[in-house]
Design a protein around this ligand. Structure first.
Ligand SMILES: CC(C)(COP(=O)(O)OP(=O)(O)OC[C@H]1O[C@@H](n2cnc3c(N)ncnc32)[C@H](O)[C@@H]1OP(=O)(O)O)[C@@H](O)C(=O)NCCC(=O)NCCS
Length: 160
């Protein structure tokens, strides 16, 4: 039985989950403490997480990092984490949730579109050594360089 709840404890305790979705330790250090984190647990064991931080605009929240442990992937936990994040966002004055992900990772692009996000923009040359990413990472045969931004409109927009 999977339970999803806000994580109020130290973030370092769930850092291994963040590392599943972030190849740059410097980048991770810069944001791991920010925003809200939801953690999915199977019994006592953390099996997934999702972090929401303030977005680029006042009425946006960014889904900054999320992952599900390899053994539990594909069983619907990621979808449930996104639903829980939408519920949390709807209690705030938020109109839109955004997420940025590697253009090379077609699996992630499928996931985010299956849970309701739509593509909005491409940002080139983000996952490069200057930003702390290893040179020449290849995902699904594609060199990881560019970031795809997707967003999800939250209806109805609430003003709390
Ligand atoms: C991306 C991730 C969070 C998805 O979580 P998950 O629990 O495996 O996803 P779910 O089981 O809820 O899947 C929901 C839908 O997305 C699809 N999906 C999920 N991961 C997919 C993948 N890698 N390739 C293709 N489809 C995928 C599922 O097939 C399912 O589709 P369906 O509705 O047609 O059955 C998880 O695979 C993960 O942790 N990946 C490694 C870390 C990572 O890359 N995080 C994202 C960083 S931007």
């Amino acid at each position: 039985m999977i339970d999803i709840a806000r994580h109020d404890g130290p973030r370092e305790g769930v850092r291994p989950l963040f590392e599943l979705a972030e190849d740059s330790a410097d980048e991770l250090d810069s944001y791991i403490g920010a925003g809200d984190v939801l953690v999915a647990r199977l019994g006592d064991e953390p099996v997934g997480h999702l972090q929401l931080v303030p977005g680029g605009r006042p009425d946006e929240l960014e889904l900054k990092n999320m992952a599900v442990t390899e053994e539990q992937q594909g069983s619907g936990i990621g979808r449930r984490l996104v639903s829980a994040a939408i519920e949390l966002a709807r209690t705030r004055a938020v109109r839109r949730m955004t997420v940025g992900t590697g253009a090379a990772d077609v699996g992630n692009l499928r996931f985010y579109q299956r849970v309701g996000f739509r593509m909005s923009a491409i940002e080139r040359d983000v996952f490069v050594p200057a930003n702390g990413y290893p040179e020449g990472t290849v995902v699904d045969g594609i060199v990881l360089r560019d970031r795809v931004w997707l967003d999800l409109e939250l209806h109805p927009p609430l003003t709390v």
